[in-house]
Design a protein around this ligand. Sequence first.
Ligand code: NAD
Ligand code: COI
Length: 337
Amino acid sequence: MQFGIYGLKPEEKEFFDAWAAENGVTLQFHQEILGGQTPADFAGDDVVVALQTVAYPPAAIEAMAQAGVKYLALRNVGTDNVPFATLAANGIQLANVPAYSPQSIAEFAVSLTLQLVRNFGYVIQSISHHQYTDAMQRTGKELGTLTIGVVGTGRIGASAVKLFQGFGSQVIAYDPYPNPALKDQVEYVDDLADLWPRVDVVDLHIPGTKENTHLIGADQIAQMKDGVYLINTARGNLIDTQALIAGLASGKIAGAGIDTFEFEADVYPAWEKNEAPANPLYEKLLADPRVIMTPHIAYHTETAVENMVTVSLNNAKAFVETGHAPHELDVAKLADA
Ligand code: NAD
Ligand code: COI
């Protein structure tokens, strides 16, 4: 059995090697993500095991199919970058890792919130210029005095609810499918319009589907409290970036923590080369001390990396041995959605 591993990160290697030794499977490692491959690149692979935040090009999927690969095993949760119709048309089955560590992303969202409400952007900037009195004069807020609006209470959102409550925050949630485990623990609103005016922080934990694109735009921001904070560790398309920038300019928005940026595909090549991304919206947000921009790293803990590797490889092995995987997704259904 042979798997082609794409988008290999150095910190994953020890987990791949340990799993391969235990399971007697050959792994072919590739640092590059799926992009311009030809069928020859996939020769001998039974499964392609991939991780990337930018779109999976249909041409790469077609090249996989031409090489006889029948399975694609993702090492992550989100599938918004996957061309389901191309997979379905080429008879390629798909699996993801739905819960490698919800806590990792939830903790990151809370950490962004803590940094914003304690003015870390200003504080770090001032200290780096030896402006200590400026840092000493910036008064912060305590999470226990704030109401947090958690949008999406699946795996990650539910972890975030519990973490914020641990700090003494009041939490209000919205999810069209409320989480039964939170039934007696959090107040759900029936409509997002009821959440916006009541919360000091909006924390997003929903998928980046077409329907959720620009869930937060100028109209929604107008309904929020003055001085609201926005936290997005979910997907960039959820927030209209132009509206976010306008809200910061007017002072309506007090700060934003953006791990997932709307135009990530445009700035990703620069991130990879450690260069400044030439995207005016990105530059504007990056320069604002009220904004914390991180390069899609909310997931990135030791626990998460180990689980992403081992669960995706278990999916891949099950595909080859049984034709199905524990975390298989129905690509035909997703293509029609
Ligand atoms: P999940 O499927 O367990 O939960 C998602 C929840 O969102 C569901 O309960 C669903 O009903 C709800 N939902 C969907 N649309 C909604 C809407 N418009 N309003 C309110 N609720 C809505 O998923 P999860 O594991 O919690 O992950 C959530 C998202 O986090 C993923 O789809 C992915 O995009 C993102 N993510 C980001 C990182 C990162 O490193 N930044 C890592 C993992 C996942
Ligand atoms: C996910 O698991 O969906 C993420 O956003 C993590 C990323 C490395 C792909």
